[in-house]
Design a protein around this ligand. Sequence first.
Ligand SMILES: *[C@@H]1O[C@H](CO)[C@@H](O)[C@H](O)[C@H]1NC(C)=O
Ligand SMILES: *[C@@H]1O[C@H](CO)[C@@H](O)[C@H](O)[C@H]1NC(C)=O
Ligand SMILES: *[C@@H]1O[C@H](CO)[C@@H](O)[C@H](O)[C@H]1NC(C)=O
Ligand SMILES: *[C@@H]1O[C@H](CO)[C@@H](O)[C@H](O)[C@H]1NC(C)=O
Ligand SMILES: *[C@@H]1O[C@H](CO)[C@@H](O)[C@H](O)[C@H]1NC(C)=O
Ligand SMILES: *[C@@H]1O[C@H](CO)[C@@H](O)[C@H](O)[C@H]1NC(C)=O
Length: 711
Amino acid sequence: MDTRPAVVFVSSFVAQMWWCWVSELLAGVLCQLLLSPGCEAYSLGAVVTMVPLDVEGGQKVTAHVNVMAPAPCPPLQESVCEGTDCVTHVTSSPLSGLYPSPGWCLRQWQSVVPSNHTSHPQLGSMVNEVMPAWVELSIRPDTQKVNQPPQVALPPPLRASENCPRRFSLSVRDTDGDQVRCRYARAKLGECQGCSVPAFLQLDEVECVLIYDGKGQMGTYTVALIVEDFPAVLLSNDVHSDGMALSSTPLHVSLTVEGESSHCQAMPAFTGRTPAGEARFTVMPYGEVSIIIDAQSSSERVTEIAVVGPPGLWMSALTGNQSAGSPASISIVWVRSPNNLLHLLPICFTANTNSLQSDFRCVWIEQKTMDPLPPGTVLECGQKEMNLVLPLSSLQDLPLSDLQLNDASCPISNNDTHLMAQISLTGCGTKIVHSGWELVYTNTLRSVRPPSTISRLPSLVLPLACRLPALQRQAPAYSISVPMEEEAFGAVHFWLEFHRPGEGPLANQTRIMSTQVQEATLGVRSTSHLEMLDLHVFSDCQLERAELMVGTCMKSETPDFQVAHPILQSGCVSDNTTLELLIQNAMAKVFRINLPALGNSGSTMYVECKVHLCVTMKPSQKCPDECGGSMDRSMVESLLTHTYTVRSGPVFLTDTPPNTIITTSNTTTTTKSNPKATPATTPSHAPEDNCTMAMGLAMGILHMLIRSLLH
Ligand SMILES: *[C@@H]1O[C@H](CO)[C@@H](O)[C@H](O)[C@H]1NC(C)=O
Ligand SMILES: *[C@@H]1O[C@H](CO)[C@@H](O)[C@H](O)[C@H]1NC(C)=O
Ligand SMILES: *[C@@H]1O[C@H](CO)[C@@H](O)[C@H](O)[C@H]1NC(C)=O
Ligand SMILES: *[C@@H]1O[C@H](CO)[C@@H](O)[C@H](O)[C@H]1NC(C)=O
Ligand SMILES: *[C@@H]1O[C@H](CO)[C@@H](O)[C@H](O)[C@H]1NC(C)=O
Ligand SMILES: *[C@@H]1O[C@H](CO)[C@@H](O)[C@H](O)[C@H]1NC(C)=O
């Protein structure tokens, strides 16, 4: 009976709050933001993964914490960290999802803690958990290394229909090759709070499969699991031979049981280019993992593909023609920049329709470990090329004729002692990736042999990278990873202003147009109401080559936008009501609105615009035209922030008093700079006028990997 499984049970968040309220009334005790012991609160999933620190005889580990919090997304502050060396993966647009309503977001952080440590992830008022984890740090007799705890991938919040049985296979890994098993957390061991057991869930402890029998009651349930590793063969002189685990990793998984479905067999499914579950992607330094996920449902429209993955994961919007039976897809990209994340990074995803969920799949990104460079190797980053010099002594037994760069035609030369290559940054197959706030040029020197050749010779894979700190070049920072957005764009403000045609701060650019346009399009002028109004959208972003983009603007006669009409749709002006005035200021957009055509009956209106910033990589490039609908493909050429919403105050449409700004509003970004996030490689003394030489100053990184192919 002491092994009786225990499950944390959460009926629903609403019910939980109700319970707190009742207990408050009864006990007369203030239920402090749901955080007092009687008011436990749960996430929609959480995992704490420990990694032993690379310190001889140390008793500390890094705990990597991932928590899915119910919407609204709680802020992530440094106070969430327990222990030292706190790193919060702050981002203004964390991975998030819609189901279960009202949605969730993923929060991630890491810190150094003792090797036997119970984490208490606490976010906002909704998340307050108990997650015990421990790692045995003694050297294993079989591997002569410290044991690595098992890793388990955090699935997105799981959903099931009341009457449809489901099997949820968890994705686990163990780098030591140990057996991994899963069990329920036990109350007796203090592994969970208020543990209880819903009878409709079973756990296959060996295969780590959670089984729902299709007899549950509606509600959201959070299950506390412990994932443990056991030596596959008994270790000699083993203290663990009594069947004790070597280490444990806590995982909380949520299952939301929803109403009955008549389509138990018609769940959405992955198709096409979606990688197989458990697929593994190996990534070199500055390499990029790019995955496309396709999903389809015969009975309903796929409304989202929910993804849980590592910090810095970029995710596109859902594409597809939005009808039942037609495929929907997203693409996700992760770039490996210098990081202290896990060596193996899981990504899990699932496709949701309004009432059903596909099986979830997990794939793993392996950050390839690189060997140290042979002495005497030099990579210099020049303005137009990288120059590699590699001592031949490090390439023993390796035929030089086998070596090639990304572009096999790019020449490699050598003298008696060294191999040399001058690798153009714009040719030779050199790739450009965005890494945080840097631009990175990458190429790879590798040995290539005809596939039929059977060889005992070693092979070489040598990734080459020149990174270009953008600040050094007085150019905007580039990023795919939104976490770096604050560093890329600074704290940015957006605001709207309304002016009579040809007036306002850009008057000298809009005035001429104003006379032409007015003559052309203005009919009878009413004396009391304005006919035309200039909507100005501004941002104060200071970055060179950044461009303000305006997506959709709506106007409404009421501040709640219950009834709203488009002024602009996805960057396109709506029929005849609006005209964009082209001006020379990249941080301003002006639209001339034909008020009678908008059909405004009142004397007041409100306007809301969705805006973002875009930066092009090269001066000659243009930001994608949102109206053209080519947003996703242009990701590598330009960088988009996430979208901000700016809303105006009341705009008075009567023509009095003349010659004044009618109204302004000011919305700031919700992002907060992380003062600790200053990049370590920022040159503190880079002379401003030296920007064209910056490549020469940029740092070279070189990693080498020599593998023996034994057949
Ligand atoms: C971890 O610490 C707790 C409390 O200090 C203790 O009860 C437990 O036995 C420890 N676990 C291991 C495996 O050392
Ligand atoms: C959506 O896709 C389906 C199947 O691919 C097709 O039959 C349908 O005509 C498409 N609808 C639209 C509006 O394009
Ligand atoms: C070969 O080239 C390298 C790099 O240019 C140079 O340092 C070295 O002295 C050269 N060796 C000989 C034998 O010329
Ligand atoms: C508009 O006028 C301002 C000063 O009033 C001036 O600084 C700016 O250069 C002018 N812009 C154009 C395009 O003429
Ligand atoms: C736009 O204006 C033209 C000319 O005034 C008119 O013929 C046309 O119907 C208008 N289009 C819309 C969509 O209102
Ligand atoms: C908006 O706020 C920013 C920062 O506080 C300020 O610089 C800017 O002038 C404001 N704009 C308006 C129109 O109030």
